[in-house]
Design a protein around this ligand. Structure first.
Ligand code: PLP
Length: 391
């Protein structure tokens, strides 16, 4: 058999693949497993979006190859969406490209700018695709630790000067996966100044920007003056409208960067299914009450997790956004050993924090994407099996 390419051999196993194996083993032993592992919304896509899809799918026009960069109407809808969100002005022709899920764009952006040996700055802990995309392009990632004492924001002053000069891309993601931390305007202003000083492209990932709690509204990177000079934002319908299976997203911002991403994509894929793009337009510009409904459910689930964990020894503050609760492990445990103990004793899957990078060691992530009754049961099982914990 032909040997695998080095770039594939060098890849760590995808985090959730490892977790899936552990779940399968527990299930084979007859455990009724509750998975709070992956962040895949359990609620259905809103009906008005499905209805549009059901109509559009019959149109022969959509059965042919779509445009590589996405339908103009979809990109215009994205521009309109940004106008409604913080009055951001975008040119649908030059400043927006349609993606087949934001994971795809995040993985491909490194192909645009990273030569073998080049550097990208990536958050640690962070969504694994930032680092993996860079690795597949032959580059190296410099990890920016996200520390709890800094509100899980990177400290740019700690990045060595030679690294900053060499870096080509910087990935940022707020509201953040896995910590659910949020960033304010002052942080983005600092990031933009830093990117200008060192000539770095900021790739902001705003996948969770619509899911804010207690009235909190996350800021979009593109709302900040100067953002478009230095970067782009990835955004997706996946989490906002429970559409992870549909694979529809976009990147928006700096025209040169968007053109580069479009060039890579036009050589690799053939665009998103048009019927999905039309349904997504209705998602972005149609009734938005569904977001409030979904957010209300996540907020209730957040309270269940945080109140339950606090009742057995944790001291967690309520997260303001996103769909994860990121918590330190109790005394005597590592991320992996605690996640394993929770699966063994309670039949509950949580994600070990070290799967998101070295700086995630000492933490685990609870995802809020499971039916509320099952979530309550999961937390009750943890309480019953662990009692009071020391930190
Ligand atoms: N970015 C972050 C931070 C994520 O957590 C995820 C998915 O979990 C994605 C991007 C990918 O989303 P999409 O479904 O648009 O590919």
């Amino acid at each position: 058999m032909v040997e695998l390419a080095n770039r594939i051999k060098a890849l760590p196993p995808y985090l959730f693949k490892r977790i899936d194996e552990k779940i399968a083993n527990a299930k084979a032993r007859g455990v009724d497993v509750i998975s709070l592992g992956i962040g895949d919304p359990d609620m259905p896509t809103p009906k008005h979006i499905i209805d549009t899809m059901a109509e559009e799918i019959y149109k022969p026009l959509h059965h042919q190859y779509p445009s590589y960069v996405g339908m103009y109407d979809f990109r215009a809808a994205v521009a309109e969406w940004y106008k409604r969100h913080g009055a951001v002005e975008l040119d649908p022709e030059k400043e927006i490209v349609t993606l087949i899920g934001s994971k795809e764009g995040i993985a491909h952006i490194s192909l645009c700018y990273i030569n073998p040996g080049d550097l990208a700055l990536v958050p640690d802990p962070g969504y694994p695709v930032y680092e993996i995309g860079c690795m597949l392009a032959g580059g190296t990632s410099y990890k920016m630790p996200l520390k709890e004492e800094n509100g899980f924001l990177p400290d740019f002053d700690l990045i060595p000067e030679d690294i900053a000069r060499k870096a080509k891309l910087m990935f940022l993601n707020y509201p953040n996966n896995p910590t659910s931390a949020v960033a304010d305007e002052a942080f983005y202003i600092k990031a933009i100044e830093y990117a200008k000083k060192y000539d770095i492209i900021i790739c902001h990932d705003g996948a969770y920007s619509e899911i804010g709690f207690d009235g909190y509204k996350p800021v979009s990177f593109l709302e900040i003056p100067g953002a478009k000079d230095v970067g782009i934002e990835f955004h997706s319908l996946s989490k906002t409208y429970n559409m992870t299976g549909w694979r529809i997203a976009w990147a928006a911002g700096n025209a040169e960067v968007i053109r580069a991403l479009g060039t890579v994509k036009s050589n690799i894929d053939s665009g998103a299914f048009q019927a999905i793009q039309v349904a997504a337009i209705n998602g972005l510009l149609g009734p938005q009450e569904c977001i409030g409904e979904v957010t209300k459910v996540y907020q209730e689930r957040r309270d269940i997790v945080i109140n339950s964990l606090n009742s057995i020894g944790w001291n967690l503050e309520k997260i303001k956004a996103a769909i994860y609760v990121w918590v330190p492990v109790p005394k005597g445990f590592t991320s992996e050993s605690f996640a394993e103990a929770v699966l063994e004793k309670a039949g509950v899957v949580i994600t070990p924090g070290n799967g998101y990078g070295e700086a995630g060691e000492g933490y685990v992530r609870f995802s809020l994407t499971v039916d509320t009754e099952r979530l309550k049961e999961a937390l009750q099982r943890i309480k019953d099996n662990f009692g009071h914990l020391e930190f």
